[in-house]
Design a protein around this ligand. Sequence first.
Ligand SMILES: Cc1cc2nc3c(=O)[nH]c(=O)nc-3n(C[C@H](O)[C@H](O)[C@H](O)COP(=O)(O)OP(=O)(O)OC[C@H]3O[C@@H](n4cnc5c(N)ncnc54)[C@H](O)[C@@H]3O)c2cc1C
Length: 310
Amino acid sequence: MKPASFDYVVPSTVAEAVQALGGTDRTAQVLAGGQSLILEMHLQRIRPQLVVDINRIPELDGMRVDGDELRVGALVRHATFESADAVPGPLGTLLSRAVVNIAHPPIRSRGTMAGSFGWAHPASEWCAIGVALDATVEVTGPDGARSLPARDYFLGPYRTARRPQELITAVRLPLLGENTGVGFVEHRRTHFCFAQVAVAAALTVTDGVISDARIGLVNSADRPLRARAAEQVLIGADFAPLPEGPRLPDGHPFARAGRAAAQEDATPIAEPYADAEYKRQAIAVLVGRTLTEAATDLRSRLAPRQGGPR
Ligand SMILES: Cc1cc2nc3c(=O)[nH]c(=O)nc-3n(C[C@H](O)[C@H](O)[C@H](O)COP(=O)(O)OP(=O)(O)OC[C@H]3O[C@@H](n4cnc5c(N)ncnc54)[C@H](O)[C@@H]3O)c2cc1C
């Protein structure tokens, strides 16, 4: 199918883009990477009367460390994060492990992190990481700039607290310290499908005890989810060596956290190839695996400093 007809503008500043979005009573869409929008327009599931192409706005490009946060401009493409060195510390590792699960290279070379926040698909890897880490979404509209905490930003599938006249200018993510280990594990039907379920985790250890745990669940509810019940199982637990063998014992904190995530945090929505019970089982297993990956990551990070793994 072809898209319905629409007007098209290419502003060169944020102010011009906001003016275009705010100065119309027509339905408007922002064109960033176009990797969701163009497809939806071709299917005529979205029929904007105006498309505001932000790709020629230099101030939206680039990312930088700003204090203890990474500020990712609205034109930074997914592919930027494929190298763990693009971002300092464990945050770079987490983003690089997650990004390879987003579609395939041509889509990653155009699609943007901010576009994923704009689209707000419950199966978005970036959005679950944003919720888990307490990211902030920067928006600018006719009434000025606002900072929206990710925990309040997602309202449901494709629904957010951003007003239609507002432009996302950046996403801010907190940097993670060297005593944090990270993991990301995804389950999907084929390489090019969205996740049936995926899990992001960041475990922080202080004096041999888990002092902070962040767990983000992908496609486990009608929006990206932070698994707070699972996190509570972990906080205060000893950061003990992992048991031998392919399966975690039922009583291990990571296994208990997996069950808490599946039973208390998640409210999975059935899909054609994954009903809600299947998803709950997958969440329980994947949380355990992701925490194991995070623990292994942290041990490898600590080993050079301590002369060997603890
Ligand atoms: C085959 C295929 C597989 C995919 N697999 C995955 C996957 O596994 N995981 C995943 O997360 N994504 C996946 N995607 C989606 C892809 O990651 C998109 O890049 C992403 O959803 C949107 O980013 P974009 O920059 O392309 O945004 P666009 O397509 O340009 O825009 C998407 C929406 O966000 C809004 N928007 C974009 N930027 C802004 C902004 N700065 N301010 C306000 N609103 C904005 C637009 O108005 C539009 O409604 C897939 C896409 C395809 C085609």
